[in-house]
Design a protein around this ligand. Structure first.
Ligand SMILES: [Zn+2]
Length: 309
């Protein structure tokens, strides 16, 4: 039987899944990512993991391997630089191809392949065009149009985290620009804004009793009708919603799928997003659906495999 593999390559962990040609998940497992020696062990380690999995079962043949990489990847699968993996001027597709010469090999940016995963097997199944936005430590985005990842000429398409729509910003983002969506709407951005609000006024809030604050605490408080927490999420989601309206005016997707840890906040996140998204649309009755993604941490691994299926 032909098997297809999806490998989500993270800075600390490899997440590997084995799939049938119909895209059904057969097995999944994880291994450590060894980024020493300029990341030179990563591809041989992936090859070893797959070979070990196939050992002792002569009926299984690897037919395709897709990778998701935490950095920009061009359309040929070339990586100019990937800080998380210590890769510079590296061609993972070519390197893995030497290990499996008869396999179809592909690589894409991790957010882009996660978008493909959600599009094929998750929240985007019913849609023709979709954008995945992951809200976690940072904000990532990936676009799928008519079944194909839109990576762009330089691998920058879908980078919604670093468009500058926050006109109130007074501190630079980690990228050096002022007003990035990432700086205010990411998990750390939400916590920072909440702390500023707590310091600036005396309004009662359940958050005041907490020793350390997480984005989850703020979503939980908002669900419990905590006014300050609701206001905080409204402020933080507005620049992201503006960014989504920008993307609508650029390529008009049918749906925005919201993933990442913060998406567990559900309606406490979706409601301010929908409200501010509508406010910023040209034709307010033609907006995209805004829904929560479904595949969680598996989206990248599934989408990685979908590149070769
Ligand atoms: Zn930025």
């Amino acid at each position: 039987m032909a098997l297809y593999f999806g490998v989500d390559i993270g800075g600390t962990q490899l997440k590997i899944g084995a799939f049938t040609k119909d895209g059904a998940l057969v097995d999944k497992w994880t291994a450590d990512t060894d980024i020493s020696n300029a990341g030179s062990h990563i591809i041989p380690d992936i090859a070893n993991e797959i070979r070990q999995y196939l050992t002792g079962n002569g009926e299984l043949q690897p037919a395709g391997i897709g990778m998701g990489i935490p950095g920009p990847v061009d359309r040929y699968g070339y990586v100019r630089t990937c800080v998380n993996l210590n890769w510079n001027d590296f061609y993972p597709v070519k390197e893995l191809g030497k290990e499996f010469p008869d396999c179809r090999i592909a690589a894409g940016n991790d957010a882009n392949v996660a978008a493909l995963g959600e599009y094929v097997q998750g929240a985007g199944k019913e849609y023709e065009s979709a954008m995945l936005i992951t809200i976690g430590t940072g904000i990532g985005g990936g676009i799928v149009l008519d079944g194909k990842i839109l990576a762009g000429a330089h691998g920058l398409a879908g980078e919604i985290g670093h468009i500058t729509t926050d006109s109130s910003a007074h501190e630079c983002c980690s990228c050096g620009n002022l007003g990035c969506v990432d700086h205010i709407a990411s998990a750390s951005g939400i916590v920072r804004v909440m702390k500023e609000m707590l310091a600036e006024n005396t309004t009662d809030s359940i958050i005041r009793s907490l020793e350390s604050i997480t984005a989850k605490d703020i979503c939980d408080a908002a669900r419990g009708e905590d006014e300050l927490a609701i206001k905080c999420l409204d402020i933080c989601m507005e620049p992201l919603a503006k960014g989504m309206a920008f993307f609508t005016h650029a390529f008009d997707p049918e749906v925005f799928m919201i993933g990442g840890g913060v998406s567990k906040g559900g309606d406490t996140i979706l409601e301010p997003l929908r409200k501010h998204y509508q406010e910023n649309l040209f034709l307010t009755d033609r907006g995209a659906d805004i829904i929560v993604a479904e595949l969680g941490n598996d989206a990248g691994m599934i989408g990685a495999a979908m590149q070769v299926l």
